[in-house]
Ligand binder design. Structure first.
Ligand code: PEP
Ligand code: MN
Length: 337
């Protein structure tokens, strides 16, 4: 349930209600909106009496939250969560693009990619240093060396750094260098990892699992939010279906569905969704038309030489063209880029 405070509720009244919620054995999460403060009560509510809370000073009403993803829900917070990031933000009227190589292969290629994507209009740089590879014998990433290069690229460009963390015991190391912790599709239901990034003070980019449904995505986000980290970005990147012509099947309808259900920013990954560079631009446009707050796109200075995912990576020129055409779509749907 959520406790909706009156517009003029005092700090003491809010603090008192937070304590009352704790006394009931629930965990209060304070959400300060532009016109209202609400307290989301998380925990087993089966035996709690909402009337007891409704009687508190400064309380306007107590309402049950129907969604199981309580903190992520629009019922709890109506206005969108805007997350400042690098040279822009995600979740506001302006679209934000995260771009860069699948993996950090070396210092030179990363700096080259970073300058190119910044030039074209990206706000953040992507690049995996720890890669969750399906094949145990394939390149696993440069680990901390890759993180060092990412941090150097941020210094050089002002782009924020988005990079993946694959294990709970690596969260501190990755957070030392990264601006956003990426949880990959293969780890979307690694609940210990979700709780660990939830304890971090860095925003989290949560990618949809290969076989995760709508509610599972939002409950995974809830794991992170319940630990106190209120900056989660959701990413639609396609799911497994019988279709094999494209790498995954992008559920375009998931984008407006998520936007309706949650206040969190929703972005789209047209690179992993299609697996083919020639499909990235049209799918990116579709995502923006459908209401995505941003994109995460793979760009490589020389895709033919890429160690991972070269076939879906755009060249810097291709990326610049994609940004231009996405900008026109953004404007057509009342946004900017
Ligand atoms: C990635 O972004 O590099 C990646 C591995 O994506 P996903 O987890 O969506 O497969
Ligand atoms: Mn990739």
């Amino acid at each position: 349930m959520i406790v909706v405070m009156q517009a003029g509720a005092t700090r003491d009244e809010i603090e008192h209600m937070m304590q009352r919620v704790r006394d009931l054995g629930l965990t209060p999460h304070l959400i300060q909106g532009t016109d209202r403060t609400v307290i989301a009560c998380v925990g087993d509510e089966r035996f709690k009496a909402p009337e007891q809370l409704a009687a508190g000073a400064g309380v306007e009403k107590v309402i049950p939250i129907l969604a199981r993803f309580k903190i992520a829900s629009r019922e709890t917070k109506r206005e969108p969560t805007v997350i400042p990031l690098g040279l822009g933000s995600l979740g506001g009227p302006r679209i934000g693009i995260i771009a860069g190589p699948c993996t950090v292969e070396g210092r030179q290629m990363l700096l080259e990619a970073a300058h190119a994507v910044k030039e074209a209009g990206a706000i953040a740089l992507r690049g995996g240093a720890f890669k969750p590879r399906t094949d145990p014998y394939s390149f696993q990433g440069l680990a901390e060396e890759g993180l060092v290069y990412l941090a150097e690229a941020r210094e050089a460009t002002g782009l924020a750094v988005v990079t993946e963390v694959v294990a709970p015991d690596q969260v501190d190391l990755v957070a030392k260098y990264a601006d956003v912790l990426q949880v990959g599709a293969r780890n979307m239901q690694n609940f210990q990892l979700l709780s660990a990034v939830g304890k971090s003070d860095k925003p989290v980019l949560l990618k949809r699992g290969l076989a995760a449904d709508f509610e599972e995505v939002l409950l995974a986000a809830e794991y992170i939010l319940a630990q106190g980290n209120d900056r989660v970005i959701l990413c639609e990147r396609g799911i497994r279906t019988f279709e094999t012509y494209v790498r995954f099947t992008l559920a375009i309808g998931m984008i407006p569905a998520l936007k309706r259900a949650t206040h969190l920013p929703v972005i789209c990954d047209p690179s992993h969704a299609t697996g083919r560079a020639d499909l990235v631009e049209p799918v990116a446009r579709a995502a923006i038309a459908a209401g995505a707050d941003g994109l995460i796109v793979e760009v490589h200075p020389d895709p033919e030489q890429a160690l991972i995912d070269g076939s879906q990576s755009l060249t810097p020129e291709g990326f610049a063209r994609m940004v231009q055409s996405c900008r026109r779509v953004a404007e057509a749907v009342g946004r900017s880029l």
